[in-house]
Design a protein around this ligand. Structure first.
Ligand SMILES: Cc1ncc(COP(=O)(O)O)c(C=O)c1O
Length: 655
């Protein structure tokens, strides 16, 4: 098994003192227990220190001498003080532990100012207590690398207690001896079953009322992600979003949301009974990509709806477009509106400066993250981070418990604990590698001469060009329009012939997702496949483009009120294939979502127009297979569920 390396950097501008310190500390590390491979090195200038922090992914802590450049101000004019250096370090890599070496006689304003920077501790330099310093640093790095829940789960499994509780497979006993299903046991592996336990095991705490190892793991995660509170969720960010809505919105209260939000957000609107104010996303028609909502639209919605309880935005988007969140948060907070950011695709961002600021760093009150999508957690493992100063924990807990299974998957909770540990201990290093691979892959794809990676400039819809939108380079969108394949054929070719499965597509693009699990071999195989396809020299095909989604019409009733009406089914077309007139101006009871792109054309309570029916009928008639969620078939007839006139009369109109 690979052993960890944990480097600690000492920064002191007096070479002799530095040498003595590094030597003394390394001697202490050698003579004492050192499970994390702690090793000390030193530099004499702030510039070298910053370079080391940037280059050395194994660095876990820095120790800065408080007298840095105060002794010899003149010769170091262009250098920075200990205080500035600490600020730069914590801004660049907030996960690092920062310690100060202070001179006893110096305990003054410098030290006070350094403490205001939330450093992790200090040592008196003149004591030269190398073993003491080593012990403290070792304990601190061990504390950050602790996984309280995972450790306890392992302990419990090794205790090998007899199970008289759920789950029914009873540590896999029901499968192991079976001639019919023992292959499942063998395929999945014994620990999947051993670690599949239940709330009956008290020493594993309760996700519904954590006071033990789950509470501890969540507290460590909150520190790691820069949140006041963090909650582990085992039903995906789909559920995390719904929990927050039900906490913040009472029925009828307003929520500002991007129309292109994930479907869980739209479902959350129905469940909470909220009054949604939809904000139209920008569109890059050339590539059928839906981008961020223009800043102008957001700020104007905030001005027009100061009574909204919350706004939710997705950042980054599926295609990697990141909002400039700080001014939006500021405008929302000025009106007392809470800001929720769906960071389903951005859970790693805290651990590399290239991706920051995160939503919380930009001032958001809530961030939801699909840890499983972009870090090393099992599918469905998600985190809810809270920085809301008015957080109502009781209400949140009630809603969290309403949505959470009473039988959560314990390996999933353990995977959140482990994913956090990995992000803190080696996230910077792994993300640096991912960024380098992304640059390599982009260059290689472009070198095929046929496939072309779309950079920020090509991805940005016109309406958001001046909104300071940034691109997360780990999402690589490739223009395939000149390769001679349709996007479906290309995906099939990549899958069947080259064993490659991509993340998603539009009619003329493919999107590849790089994560900390992307390897150079995978990059080479993808490049090789694309190069071979490019060399086939096929003539470009005509590609079928989806029509643009019609603009949002009018919301006549609250989505929840409309959804819970029984309604009636009305076909989209009559026997002669003409659009049914009696559908027009009716209120829809369901959410109708063509996939792709996954944006609702209709939500419950929305008024149906001719344009919308035309659009839906067009999709149904097109050669291209599109999933149309929400359409009901009455025999062969595709229908919409709409409110009956009597039902409409009984509901309160909102528009
Ligand atoms: C923007 C966004 N939010 C939320 C989700 C739901 O996340 P999960 O799959 O963790 O439930 C997704 C999933 O694709 C998403 O794209």
């Amino acid at each position: 098994m690979k052993k960890p390396v944990s480097r600690v950097l000492i920064i002191n501008d007096e070479p002799l003192v530095l040498k003595e310190f590094v030597k003394g500390l390394n001697a202490a590390a050698r003579s004492l227990d050192n499970p994390l491979g702690i090793a000390f090195s030193g530099v004499t200038t702030a510039r070298e220190a910053l370079a080391a922090i940037e280059e050395d992914g194994d660095l876990q802590a820095v120790v800065v001498d408080d007298k840095l450049y105060t002794l010899n101000q003149k010769s170091h004019k262009k250098e920075m003080s200990a205080l500035e250096l600490v600020q730069r370090v914590t801004r660049f890599r907030p996960e690092l532990d920062v310690y100060i070496l202070i001179a006893q006689e110096h305990e003054d304003e410098i030290v006070d100012a350094l403490f205001a920077e939330a450093v992790d501790g200090y040592f008196y330099r003149e004591e030269r207590d190398y073993r003491g310093i080593y012990r403290i640093l070792n304990a601190q790095v061990q504390e950050r690398s602790r996984t309280p829940f995972y450790d306890q789960l392992k302990n419990y499994v090794w205790m090998a207690k007899d199970s008289w509780h759920t789950p029914g497979h009873s540590s896999g006993e029901s499968l192991r001896g079976s001639p019919w299903v023992n292959d499942f046991y063998d395929f999945m592996g014994e620990h999947i079953f051993d670690a599949d336990l239940s709330v009956s095991v008290k020493m594993l705490d309760s996700l519904m009322e954590p006071t033990g190892v789950i509470a501890e793991a969540q507290t460590i995660a909150a520190k790691a992600f820069g949140a006041r509170r963090t909650f582990f969720a085992t039903n995906g960010t789909s559920t995390s979003n719904k929990v927050i809505f039900q906490t913040l919105l009472a029925p009828g209260e307003k929520l500002l949301l991007d129309r292109n939000c994930h479907k869980s957000v739209h479902h959350g609107v129905v469940l909470s009974g909220g009054h949604p104010i939809y904000l139209d996303s920008s569109i890059n028609a050339k590539y059928s990509l839906y981008g961020p909502v223009p800043k102008k639209t957001i700020l104007s919605a905030i001005r027009r709806h100061p009574d909204a309880q919350a706004i939710i935005l997705t950042s980054c988007t599926y295609d990697g477009l990141r909002y400039d969140l700080a001014p939006i948060v500021e405008a929302a907070h000025a009106k007392g509106i809470k800001v929720i950011v769906d960071e389903a695709w951005y859970g790693f961002a805290r651990f590399h400066p290239a991706f920051r600021p995160t939503a919380l760093e930009a001032g958001a009150d809530y961030a939801t993250q699909s840890t499983h999508k972009v870090l090393s957690a099992f599918s469905q493992a998600s985190m809810i981070h809270v920085n809301d100063p008015g957080f109502n924990e009781h209400l949140f807990r009630e809603n969290f418990n309403m949505h959470t299974s009473t039988s959560p998957q314990y390996s999933m909770i353990a995977s959140l604990d482990v994913a956090r540990k990995q992000a803190v201990m080696e996230g910077y290093k792994l993300l640096s590698r991912t960024l380098a691979l992304s640059q390599e892959l982009r260059a290689q794809i472009n070198s095929t001469g046929v496939f072309r990676v779309l950079e920020l400039d090509q991805l940005l819809p016109e309406e958001v060009r001046r909104d300071n939108i940034l691109l997360d380079p780990t999402k690589v969108t490739v223009d395939i329009s000149t390769c001679g394949y349709t996007v479906e054929d290309l995906q099939r070719e990549l899958f069947d012939r080259y064993n490659i499965q991509v993340e998603k597509s539009t009619f003329n693009t493919l999107t590849l997702l790089l994560t900390i699990g992307t390897t150079r071999s995978k990059v080479s195989r993808l490049y090789d496949a694309l190069m071979r396809i490019a060399r086939e020299g096929r003539a470009p095909r005509r590609l079928y483009r989806f029509p643009e989604i019609p603009g949002f019409t009018r919301l006549r009733y609250l989505p929840r009120d409309a959804f819970y009406c029984g309604g009636e089914l009305v076909p989209l077309v009559d026997e002669k294939d003409n659009i049914r007139r009696d559908l027009l101006d009716r209120a829809c009871a369901d959410q109708i979502v063509p996939y792709p792109p996954g944006i609702p054309v209709l939500v419950p309570g929305q008024v149906i127009t001719r344009e919308i029916v035309h659009y839906l009928v067009g999709l149904l008639r097109s050669q291209k297979r599109v999933e149309l969620h929400g359409i009901v078939y009455d025999g062969y007839l595709p229908c919409l569920r709409v409110l009956k006139p009597a039902e409409e009369r009984g509901l309160r109109r909102i528009g």
